[in-house]
Structures are given as structure tokens and as C-alpha cells.
Write a protein of this length. Structure first.
Lengths: 155, 796
């Protein structure tokens, strides 16, 4: 089937097998491998992207369902060569180790902090339930998200 | 004077590629013309393979070939077990890359399919028809070692792969018979699923013209993979290149060489095209090693005054269907030798029985044997305290080994390098406010609330380790590391290491060591790893050994370079070498500070070699092999405070305090991260994680939907503290810290929960402490008939 999906501002037209998951479309058809796969049951959040501005686990959607949509992936989060504040916060706070959960964590957290300025630590911990990290114990991830959520509240 | 880079929590140089999605993990690497491999796996835990019909699969679109073990023939040797414990009557049953005639666990490979796309490969794998004759299966290691258990390998009698004994049974009997108090418990160290967030993957490319094989794979030790792949394929080792690109966590599960890596290699050699395989998470849970799986019968002897006299255990350690690469070493050398812990206790005895079962093979999982030892010790110390009516903190205080700086030999024959256990202990108790806690606990109890506190003191053996010891205990490799510090003419540094970090931040930490030693700015230093052709030999990243062992190699290579630089600087400044002083990356002549040569100047002059001192070779590069003279022994005290809801059995972890001593901290932020991550993994073992099998050997926790991974909302912010006791034998004094979190935290939280439940009469619950189990234990202890829960009513 023919699809046209805008990814990070660029329209990609492709002929896809109808059963192709959006995450495989990104990784295999477009070779945009920043978006990761950590499970096959929609638990881990490694595949998180933004679809029309909303957070989405890209393993839960078929590419054909995203036809006509705008997708932002980790590769498109920085603007004008500047890291997104959530990327900076993860770096500054040691919010990552092996980095495998990180693209999904950052995509989920960036949307959360944007929509929930001033969120409390416990709000953040509850929100992050959909993103699993095996390395960091979450402590520094929570710190990073809090830093951005606080900054969003202050501005 | 600039701020010291050693000891500074600088940002990690790994991160820019990781936070932008630019890093390339194995599955991210694409080769033109690649075929995808899918594996047909046994759905039975134990079954004879009667016949395999691949005709339908072969006819499917995009399918290139289907192969079984018959097709492979002797094209691949069996996978070796590489830790051959001496004096243990060890059996190493054959482990073929694809099952021959019989499958021994759910997930055992039966056939492979090669197709042009991963969806099509999987479809075709589903279309391979295998006729199985199901056999009775056994999962519990104690049961598998018992009478009448199904025999898993014909050549492993009674399913007993080894029987390892440490200590003298009669001497132990004498201590236990004479003791005032003996406590005992059957401890279940449940199976855990390591769950690195990146599943395993492998891609092989064989070049028939040069007969060279390149294997990209998720490895913690590419040089060990090279060695084993060379052995199983028959290719010369210098024709095999193993690349571990970005690796998304390992926790031990990416140490072993699995059938899948051998199979992609063989298939690429057979077909002459690249072949790739990427594990799904469900597949990962079935076939990537599991951790722990001990049934332990433990006893501890003590005097009425709280003096600990001895500990002993019989351990049934489940090995799964085959003996994985390092499996026999985990419940033996890495376990029994830790039985003294931080205590002045001189009677230890362990009998560890490695048992074949129909579970997934087990092997090293973060801590590997040491968490299982620390748990049993700390559990028994609390039991002793309860038995004699003494505060568990007092029992520990009474028995801790006093501070020592250079060597303390314990009953297991280990020589601990250095320690000040009481200092870390008192610091943690202060941070926790232990003195006030019991009063809080009592007043909470008056309100019907159940608070509990758990305190663990530990030491552990890591920084593996002296190669001579490795050889003596049957490890089929060395445990040294090597490294090269290479400086370019313009004064930029490439450090090549044989170890293979995969999330630990070692590129940053190791650059800090070099910067400290040689004075190059840390940002001018690159650490290169993970490619057997580009890097010098190394044994890998596990056992909390990269900072201690590779770090030492780099420090010594840097010191050699610094000495060369000093001599060359003296020559260039026409001064006596003895008059050359070094500070902050610059050499100057004593008494005339205006005359100076920076390290960069010296590096350039060494490369130009226009004016070298007599006998000095050109270039500015040094290599170092480093074999540690002893292990390193980090230690500390962890404390947890929990509240248990007696109505529901739910546990809230309210505080977690960790005081760890890993010697001088090179990058305190990275150290903290290691502790945070390890603590969460260990707490999750106590509270929620555990692989569950059905009686017929099906893994019921076979996906992330069913296996309880720890989530952010289960934890408070951690409260960390440290003490600093350098290792006397290490060039920069550091000890490892990668595993202390999982080693200390499981008993800490477990004991806290049992402390909370003590007034309710609950004495023991098998891990994990899920709400349902805690609730049931409370009901059982009350001797009450259990009120019916909704689930029971629905089932009636
Ligand atoms: S890969 Fe999408 S949630 Fe795990
Ligand atoms: S950083 Fe490794 S899984 Fe999160």
C-alpha cells in the first residue's frame, strides 16, 4: 500500500506491506534507527515518537494508519542544531547509561514536561510507568524531567 | 591549578550520540543483500524431535533456505562451556547450535530459516512442521536432582552436572554441634530475567575470497566471542573479526556465546551473503540466559551473646537445559567464597550442586553468585538476632571485621584488600536515623501501621581478577586486560582497550584516568573499544572489572609515556632529567619555570624525532598488559525503610540509604548511576521480579506483559553516601562498583519487609514479595481461615 508520512518535516512516500508497524517503517524503510524496539507487547516505550504532536508508542500502530500524519522522532527533536532542553537535561543529569531506552524516554518526557509544567516528582514517576529503563534506576531520569518541567513552569 | 579531573562528575562523552539517536546498535547496522534468520524453536520443555518437514516453508516467497542440525552436520562444533570447575566431577554435555534429536527447554533451536525480510523469515519459521514426542520435564533444581526425575542428558547421571564442596564438613559439624543457637532456612533465589533493554542481535558477513568473517553482535566481550566463534566454525582466529557496536546493556546476559551467533556465522559462510538475526523480547525471555535459580538450605551458628560462629549451605543451582559459557563458576567460585562476608566468622561450608533442568540455561547475571551469598548471610544474621532477642544492628556491629589497610585473610582463603566496614556502617545508620527508628516503628504500630527496617552490611569480590587464580579455578581464559595509549602528532589521544563497555560510561571514566596521569585535557582523549581488529586483546566487561583492571592498564601505560616525556623534555631543554618537574601537563626545569615543554610539545617532538636522546625510540605510544595481583573488595551498608499494608499486602519502599566504598571515585555521578541502577534491580528481585514456569516447563512470564519489570513509581529518591578506602594494590586505588547495588539491596529490602511483618508472626516468604504472597503469609500466620478474595470467588 502507498503511504505518505511526514517524518521530522520531510514527506516520505513509500509502498509498504500493510502489516508493517510504524516503528519498522521508520527503522527499515527510512533507515531512521534512532527509534528503538525493546519489547513486543507495548510495555517498554523504547519506540516512543510524537504523532501529530502526541506521544505514541510506534510499535502499536501500523504504518498505513500513520498515512498523512506528522511524526517526530528523536532524530528530529533538536532544532537548528541545538539539543532540545530534554536532551540537554538528560545529558547534564546523567539520565542515561546504555542509551537504549533513551530516545523513547526523551520523546515521552519532552511531551510530558511541555504539557505539565511544574509537575511533581511523583507525577513524573507515575507518568514514566510506560517507559522502562534497566540501567539507571530512574533516579537521574526523574531529576532530568523535573529540571525541564520546573523550567517550563518558570517561563 | 586547574580543578582535578579525577573525582569530578563531568558529563559523559558517550551521551551526545545516544540522546540524538545517532548511535548504532547491532540491529541498526544495515548491509545490502542481507538475509534475515528466524529460528524454529521447541514449544516443549523436553521432547524428542521425530521429524521436521520444511517443504511448505521453503516454498514461501522470499525464503532462501531452511536448515536443521542434519544440514549443519559437523559444520559447527558444539558450544563450549568455558568454566571447568576442578574437583567437582563436572560433566559438560554437548550443546549443539541446533538441537539434535531432542529439545531440552522451551526455545531450544530446532531449525533456521533464511529469507529476504524479517517478517517473511518469521512466517516461514512458523510454517516449518516439527513432529515432537513430548517427554516429562523438570524445572525445580532440587527436584531435578532427586529420585525419578526425567533424565535430561544421557551422559549426565541424575542430572547432576557438578558437585562442588568448599570447607570441611566435620569441622563445620563440630562448630554447629557446640553452638548455643543454630538457625536455618530454605531460601529460594528465584530465576530472574536479565532484560537488557536491547535484546540480543547478531549479523555475520563472510567473504569467501579472503575467508574472513565479520560478526557484529551484542557482546560484553568481543574477544571471547572471537575465540569461541573461531573454535566452533573452524576458522582461524585471525580471520574472525567481532565487533560489538553500541550495546544496550548486558548485566551478564551478553557474556555467553549463544547458538544464534554461531548460526548466523555458519549461514553466512554457507550462503556467501550477510545474515542477520535480531531477537524479539519474547524470544529473549526464552533463550537468553536467566540468573540465580538456587534452592538453598542454609544454617548459621551463633553464641547467645550474638557472636557469629559459622554458616553453611547446600545449594541446588539450576543450570537449565545446557551448561552456558560461564555457568559452573557462578554458584561455586563466585558464590561460596563470599560466605564470610564482612564478619569475623571462621567456619564456612558449602556444597553446591549444579543441576541440569528443562529451564532456560542460567549464567552470570549482575552480581553472579555474590548476591545469592550476601542474601543468605544477611538473612541468617537477622534470624540469629531474632532468635536471641538482639537488635540485628547490634549483631552486625559486634561481628564486623575491624578496619584494615592492606590484606585480611578470611576462612574462605580470600585475602580482602582493604576495608573499614564499621565506618560505612555507622555512617549509613546515622543517615537513616536508626537510633530513632524503633520508636517511630512502635508509634506506627500503635496506629496499626507496619513499618520495617532492613540493614545489610556487605563486602564483595570483583575486579576479576588474577589470571593465576582464574586458571586454578578452571576459568578457561585469563583475566588481565590490555590497553594502548596512542598520542597523535598534534597531541590528541586515542586509548584502545580490550574491554567492551556497554553503558557503564567507561569512555568517560577511563579518559579521566588518562587525563589525570598525563595532563591531556579530558576532551582530547578518545577511548576506543568493541572491535577485535582495532583493539588489543581483552577479556571483557563484567565482574565490575573494567575500571579496576583496564583502568590500571591505562594508568600504567600513561605512566610509561610520562616517563618518556620527562626524559625527552629534559633533553630538549638541555637539562638534567632529575631536574625536570611536572605539573598540569607541563614539564619545566627546576628553578627556571619560564623554560617549559607542554605534553603536547613533547608528543610532537617524539613524533618528529629530529632530536631524540640517545637510545630513545621515536613515537608517542605505549601499551600495557595488566594482570591484577588480587581482586578488589568494595563494601558498604545499605538500609531500607518500608511500610507494609497488612490489609492488602502491598509494600511501600519509603527510604533507601546506600553507603558504598569503592575507593576513590573517578566520576562520582557515574558511580551513583551504577548504584541507582543496581539497587533497583536488586530491590525488584525482592519485591516483584521472578520467572515463573508451569509444571510442564512453559515459561509463564514470557513477555514484558507478564514479567514484572521495576518501574519508576516503585522507588523513592535514593540517599547515597560514601566512604573512601583505597585498594592498596591498585595503581589508582579504585575498586569496582557495578554490582554492589544488586548484591546489597535484595536482602536489605527483604529484611525490612520481614521486620515490618514480625509483629504479625510472619517469619519467611519466598521471593518475590508480591502483595498476594505477603497477604497470604499474614493470613497463614494469624492461623485464620483466609477471607476469600475476589479472584478465588470467581474461580469457584
Ligand atoms: S517496542 Fe514499543 S513499547 Fe516496547
Ligand atoms: S539507559 Fe540503558 S535501558 Fe535506560
Amino acid at each position: 500500500m502507498q503511504v505518505a508520512i511526514t517524518v521530522n518535516g520531510v514527506v516520505h512516500e513509500r509502498d509498504v506491506d500493510p502489516r508493517t508497524l510504524l516503528v519498522h517503517f521508520l527503522r527499515e524503510d527510512l533507515d531512521m534507527t534512532g527509534t528503538k524496539i525493546g519489547c513486543d507487547t507495548s510495555q517498554c516505550g523504547a519506540c516512543t515518537v510524537h504523532l501529530n504532536g502526541k506521544v505514541l508508542k510506534s510499535c502499536t500502530l501500523l504504518a498505513v494508519q500513520a498515512d498523512g500524519a506528522e511524526v517526530t522522532t528523536i532524530e528530529g527533536l533538536a532544532e537548528n542544531g541545538e539539543h532540545h532542553p530534554m536532551q540537554t537535561a538528560f545529558w547534564e543529569n546523567h539520565g542515561l547509561q546504555c542509551g537504549y531506552c533513551t530516545p523513547g524516554m526523551i520523546m515521552a518526557s519532552a511531551a510530558f514536561a511541555r504539557d505539565n509544567p511544574g509537575a511533581s516528582e511523583s507525577d513524573i514517576r507515575h507518568y514514566l510507568e510506560g517507559n522502562i529503563c534497566r540501567c539507571t534506576g530512574y533516579h537521574n531520569i526523574v531529576k532530568a524531567v523535573k529540571q525541564v518541567a520546573d523550567a517550563a513552569a518558570g517561563s | 591549578m586547574s580543578t582535578r579531573i579525577f573525582g569530578s562528575g563531568i558529563k559523559r562523552r558517550e551521551d551526545p550520540r545516544l540522546i540524538t539517536g545517532e548511535a548504532r546498535y547491532t540491529d541498526d547496522i544495515k548491509l545490502p543483500g542481507v538475509l534475515h534468520m528466524a529460528v524454529v524453536r521447541s514449544p516443549y520443555a523436553h521432547a524428542n524431535i521425530v521429524s521436521i518437514d520444511s517443504s511448505a516453508a521453503e516454498a514461501m516467497d522470499g525464503v532462501v533456505a531452511v536448515y536443521t542440525s542434519e544440514d549443519i552436520g559437523d559444520g559447527l562444533a558444539g558450544l563450549p562451556t568455558a568454566w571447568l570447575i576442578p574437583d567437582s566431577d563436572l560433566k559438560t554435555p554437548e550443546h549443539p547450535a541446533l538441537a539434535k534429536g531432542k529439545a531440552r527447554y522451551v526455545g531450544d533451536g530446532v531449525a533456521i530459516v533464511l529469507a529476504d525480510d524479517r517478517y517473511r523469515a518469521q512466517d516461514a519459521a512458523d510454517a516449518v512442521v516439527v513432529d515432537y514426542e513430548e517427554l516429562p520435564a523438570v524445572i525445580d533444581p532440587e527436584e531435578a536432582a532427586g529420585e525419578g526425575a526425567p533424565l535430561i542428558h544421557d551422559d549426565v547421571e541424575g542430572n547432576i552436572a557438578f558437585r562442588w564442596v568448599m570447607g570441611d564438613r566435620e569441622a563445620s559439624d563440630a562448630v554447629f554441634d557446640a553452638a548455643d543457637v543454630v538457625v536455618s532456612e530454605r531460601i529460594l533465589q528465584q530465576r530472574l530475567l536479565p532484560t537488557a533493554m536491547e535484546t540480543r542481535a547478531a549479523m555475520a558477513q563472510y567473504n569467501p575470497a579472503t575467508q574472513e568473517l565479520t560478526l557484529w553482535c551484542t557482546s560484553q566481550n568481543p574477544h571471547i566471542h572471537r575465540f569461541i566463534i573461531s573454535a566452533v566454525t573452524g576458522l582461524n582466529e585471525n580471520k574472525v573479526r567481532v565487533i560489538a557496536p553500541e550495546v544496550g546493556g548486558g548485566f551478564g546476559s551478553k557474556i555467553p556465546c549463544y547458538p544464534d551467533e554461531a548460526l548466523v556465522s555458519w549461514a553466512s559462510m554457507k550462503l556467501g551473503v550477510p545474515v542477520k538475526w535480531t531477537e524479539t523480547r519474547s524470544e529473549n525471555y526464552l533463550i537468553t540466559i536467566h540468573g540465580r535459580d538456587h534452592v538453598q538450605h542454609v544454617e548459621m551458628a551463633a553464641a547467645n551473646d550474638g557472636t557469629l560462629l559459622g554458616v553453611r549451605a547446600t545449594v541446588y543451582a539450576g543450570m537449565g537445559g545446557y551448561l552456558s559459557t560461564a555457568a559452573p563458576g557462578i554458584p561455586t567460585i563466585l558464590h561460596g567464597l563470599l560466605y564470610v562476608g564482612p564478619y569475623t566468622m571462621d567456619s564456612v561450608f558449602c556444597e553446591s550442586i549444579g543441576v541440569m533442568t528443562n529451564g532456560t540455561p542460567t549464567d552470570a547475571y549482575r552480581g553472579a553468585g555474590r548476591p545469592e551469598a550476601t542474601f543468605l548471610l544477611e538473612r541468617m544474621v537477622d534470624n540469629v538476632a531474632r532468635e536471641i532477642g538482639m537488635d540485628p544492628v547490634e549483631v552486625r556491629r559486634k561481628n564486623l571485621i575491624p578496619a584494615f589497610e592492606d590484606g585480611y585473610e578470611v576462612a574462605t582463603t580470600l585475602i580482602y584488600d582493604s576495608g573499614d566496614y564499621p565506618a560505612a556502617f555507622e555512617k549509613a545508620l546515622d543517615m537513616a536515623g536508626y537510633g530513632d527508628f524503633r520508636a517511630q516503628q512502635n508509634s506506627a504500630a500503635a496506629e496499626g501501621r507496619y513499618l520495617g527496617i532492613g540493614v545489610t552490611t556487605y563486602t564483595e569480590m570483583c575486579g576479576l581478577g588474577p589470571s593465576q587464580v582464574a586458571g586454578a579455578v578452571g576459568f578457561q581464559g585469563g583475566l588481565w586486560e590490555s590497553a594502548t595509549v596512542r598520542v597523535t602528532p598534534t597531541g590528541k589521544v586515542q586509548a584502545l582497550i580490550g574491554a567492551s563497555p556497554h553503558g557503564q560510561g567507561s569512555e568517560t571514566t577511563l579518559a579521566q584516568i588518562i587525563s589525570e596521569e598525563l595532563g591531556f585535557p579530558v576532551d582530547d582523549i578518545e577511548v576506543i573499544h568493541g572491535d577485535t581488529t582495532e583493539t588489543p586483546m581483552g577479556w571483557g566487561t563484567y565482574g565490575s572489572r573494567t575500571t579496576p583492571v583496564t583502568g590500571a592498564a591505562l594508568a600504567q601505560a600513561s605512566r610509561k609515556l610520562k616517563e618518556k616525556a620527562r626524559v625527552l623534555a629534559g633533553h630538549l631543554m638541555e637539562a638534567n632529567v632529575d631536574d625536570i618537574e611536572y605539573a598540569d601537563g607541563s614539564f619545566s626545569v627546576k628553578g627556571s619555570p619560564d623554560q617549559a615543554q607542554s605534553i603536547q610539545d613533547v608528543a610532537l617532538m617524539a613524533h618528529l624525532a629530529w632530536n631524540m636522546p640517545e637510545g630513545m625510540d621515536p613515537g608517542f605510544e605505549e601499551s600495557q598488559f595488566y594482570d591484577p595481583p588480587n581482586f578488589v573488595y568494595p563494601f558498604g551498608t545499605h538500609i531500607a525503610v518500608v511500610e507494609v499494608d497488612a490489609e492488602t499486602g502491598e509494600i511501600e519502599l519509603q527510604r533507601y540509604i546506600a553507603v558504598d566504598d569503592c575507593g576513590p571515585q573517578i566520576n562520582p555521578e557515574i558511580v551513583a548511576g551504577q548504584i541507582h541502577g543496581g539497587v533497583v534491580q536488586g530491590v525488584a528481585q525482592a519485591l516483584c521480579e521472578g520467572a515463573i514456569y508451569s509444571d510442564d516447563g512453559q515459561l509463564l512470564t514470557g513477555s514484558m506483559m507478564d514479567y514484572c519489570m521495576p518501574k519508576a513509581d516503585m522507588f523513592p529518591n535514593f540517599e547515597l553516601g560514601e566512604t573512601v578506602t583505597p585498594s592498596p594494590h591498585h595503581p589508582v586505588g579504585v575498586k569496582g562498583v557495578g554490582e554492589t547495588g544488586t548484591i546489597a539491596s535484595t536482602p536489605t529490602v527483604y529484611n525490612a519487609v520481614l521486620d515490618a511483618l514480625a509483629p504479625l508472626g510472619v517469619k519467611q516468604i519466598d521471593m518475590p514479595l508480591t502483595a498476594a504472597k505477603v497477604w497470604s503469609a499474614i493470613q497463614d500466620a494469624n492461623g485464620q481461615e483466609k477471607p476469600k478474595r475476589l479472584g478465588d470467588l470467581l474461580n469457584e
